[in-house]
Design a protein around this ligand. Sequence first.
Ligand code: DGL
Length: 259
Amino acid sequence: MDRTQCPIGVFDSGVGGISVLRELVARMPNENYIFFGDSKNAPYGTKALKEVQELTCADAAYLISQNVKALVVACNTATSAAINILREKYVDMPIIGIEPALKPAVHARENPRVLVMATPMTLREEKFHALMQKFESDADILPLPCPGLVEFVERGELDGAELEGFLAELFAPFLEKPVDCVVLGCTHYPFVRGMIQKVLGSRVEIFDGGEGTARETQRRLKEYGLCNMSKEKGNVTLLNSLASVQTERLGWFLLESHR
Ligand code: DGL
């Protein structure tokens, strides 16, 4: 069987990972994709580690059962909790994770103040501590756990007064001494990027890891000889554990929204 025709499996705790999927589709439009969002169990980032590991393994097993040729863990939280477990389990396929795009942010300016927005779990786990240590001497890195923000995106609430108020309160401690860069360390956050920019001001540069993850996925597919060589546009299937019409509509809306 020609494995190059098989879809790439992409998953997240909910609809956030669609921000990575749209980067993948933009870079490799001829590939086929199956996206699974576990909105029924979202958010993952405020749960216990063991529970997130179990949920992540179940998401991955479901996509593997759909005969995917590669797995993209489009969730910073699931990556930090379980990428090693997945790589041990599925040794013969590329498994690509995502982590906060700290490197480009740190190098964007001279000794910048960098705010890293992510879920409590991502910022607590060893993976992020190791990443932070790498760049600590080049920048003032400020981790900012954002519990509650994922829920706005899951509801499809991407602007409006309530979101603006939520963000204003979240960023209040950083207004006196403003930050230079913001890293979106959760795949849900790119969908509220406009509002984050509005609240922090246009001077602040925002970074997200979606494009880098798409680039890395392409590199790994090449390495494994798994690139689809078709010249035709591929198929995208969106699946969600909620299986509701609203979630399906939100998924397509997010996929087609501007990057
Ligand atoms: N989208 C996820 C991430 O990138 C997690 C959101 C959540 O479920 O807490 O971290």
